[in-house]
Design a protein around this ligand. Structure first.
Ligand SMILES: C[S@@+](CC[C@H](N)C(=O)[O-])C[C@H]1O[C@@H](n2cnc3c(N)ncnc32)[C@H](O)[C@@H]1O
Length: 237
């Protein structure tokens, strides 16, 4: 009960980056505006904060965490503040990677961050203690949780933890869910497909994880978030 409430309260999830410095880093890196929002409103992104917090709680101090699709590294840098010893991440956006490097420098943290297509990674880290993967996989057409877990299992030590979020099937029942949320007012012929390309319920995540050698250790669903998202902590068996 305590953790259910704690997971929903925006305490202790902020990053120490001032608004003027954030704006400057956005200008210098050319990163998408979303990255400034992700940092200044981090505590309201419960799916990201809870995945990171569960990982920090499960891992010993000094552990190594990797984040595919890490954007500008906000989740990794938060983990660094919580005592995670080695931080590495990859993202397809050169601008986001550049911003992550600058942020890490500002915060006096070592962050090994590189540009890569994390669906078909050219580089994987040596097996790490933890992986966090939030808010990117379910936006990519053609991506699947099954092949994601298959790709990243070798990058995780046996007994290591993987924290991820997922859009639930609740979204399948929302009117217009097949369309991009920004296009719903447009004539149908002009609308793009939904940006939420994967939607899975708990039983599906658990079965896919089991099939790839992971055990579901912990999960929660943010029933009021739109789209509804759930967070899962998996352990490599
Ligand atoms: C919504 S942002 C989330 C960033 C980060 N995971 C977070 O929660 O703060 C989505 C990120 O996924 C990245 N991305 C999209 N497709 C990717 C791919 N194929 N490989 C690696 N990163 C990708 C984007 O560049 C962007 O930084």
């Amino acid at each position: 009960m305590f953790s259910y409430i704690r997971d929903r309260l925006p305490w202790g999830d902020k990053l120490p980056v001032s608004q003027p410095r954030l704006e400057e880093l956005m200008r210098l890196s050319g990163a998408e505006p979303w990255h400034a929002h992700a940092i200044s409103h981090r505590q309201s992104r419960r799916h990201a904060c809870v995945a990171c917090r569960w990982l920090a709680e499960a891992l010993p101090t000094g552990a190594h965490v990797f984040e595919p699709g890490c954007g500008s590294g906000a989740n990794l840098l938060w983990l660094g503040l919580k005592g995670v010893g080695r931080l590495s991440g990859a993202d397809i956006s050169a601008e986001a990677v550049s911003m992550g490097r600058q942020l890490a420098q500002d915060m006096h943290m070592q962050l090994d961050i590189w540009q890569d297509d994390c669906l078909k990674p050219a580089r994987l880290p040596d097996p790490v203690d933890g992986i966090v993967s939030v808010n990117w996989l379910y936006h990519i057409p053609g991506a699947s949780l099954d092949s994601f877990l298959q790709t990243y299992a070798p990058a995780l030590k046996p007994g290591g933890y993987l924290a991820l979020d997922m859009v639930t099937r609740h979204y399948d029942r929302q009117p217009g869910n097949q369309w991009h949320t920004m296009d719903r007012a447009l004539p149908e012929a002009q609308r793009r497909p939904s940006e939420y390309t994967i939607r899975l319920d708990r039983q599906e995540v658990e079965a896919i994880a089991r099939g790839q050698g992971f055990r579901l250790e912990r999960d929660t669903c943010f029933v009021l978030s739109r789209p509804q998202r759930a967070v899962f902590l998996l352990r490599r068996v």
